[in-house]
Design a protein. Structure first.
Length: 173
């Protein structure tokens, strides 16, 4: 099955955060407060995705108020933080949304993501993911985590589903 055929079936895009929606850096100030850097193109991509009827979710091993705020701002439907068994949460999400593996995509970058990547219909890694992750994925983005990789994956899905031209028309009017 081709990448486009896999992408045509997607009804849910699930993402890791650190190394996917961010470049993986966590910067602490002198008070010990951490900051993450998110990409605006990824953000607009998530907002566009939400308007197409495709759901989105975050599953991340860390807990962060910044992730909660970013998810709300970019219309992410489901957020699961402080998760160390991502496969269990993935199965719960599938059941909740009544989806099959073939209807789900996941974007990851590190070993903790492998259990979900091996289950989904469209497994995606960012270009700077560890080799063990890249080797099990159907698609490796040309862009790195936190640098537009999520937007690239969203465009792949929307173009494969024939939704991209109407989005372009809406923004070009």
């Amino acid at each position: 099955m081709t990448i486009q055929e896999r992408a045509e079936r997607i009804k849910l895009l699930i993402m890791d955060v650190d190394g996917v929606l961010t470049d993986g850096r966590i910067v602490y100030n002198e008070k010990g407060v951490g900051s993450k850097f998110f990409n605006v193109k990824d953000g607009l991509g998530l907002i566009i995705l939400s308007h197409t009827g495709i759901k989105s979710a975050i599953i991340t091993a860390r807990r962060s108020k910044m992730v909660t705020k970013r998810a709300k701002y970019t219309n992410v439907d489901l957020v699961y933080q402080d998760v160390h068994d991502k496969a269990k949460v993935y199965e719960d999400i599938k059941k909740k949304l009544k989806l099959s593996d073939e209807e789900c995509a996941f974007i990851g970058d590190d070993l903790i993501d492998l259990s979900v990547l091996k289950r989904v219909g469209l497994a995606i890694s960012v270009s700077d993911a560890v080799e063990e992750v890249k080797s099990v994925c159907h698609y490796v983005t040309s862009l790195s985590g936190g640098r537009g990789a999520v937007r690239e994956a969203i465009e792949l899905i929307l173009k494969s589903q024939g939704k991209w031209d109407s989005i372009l028309a809406e923004y070009s009017a």
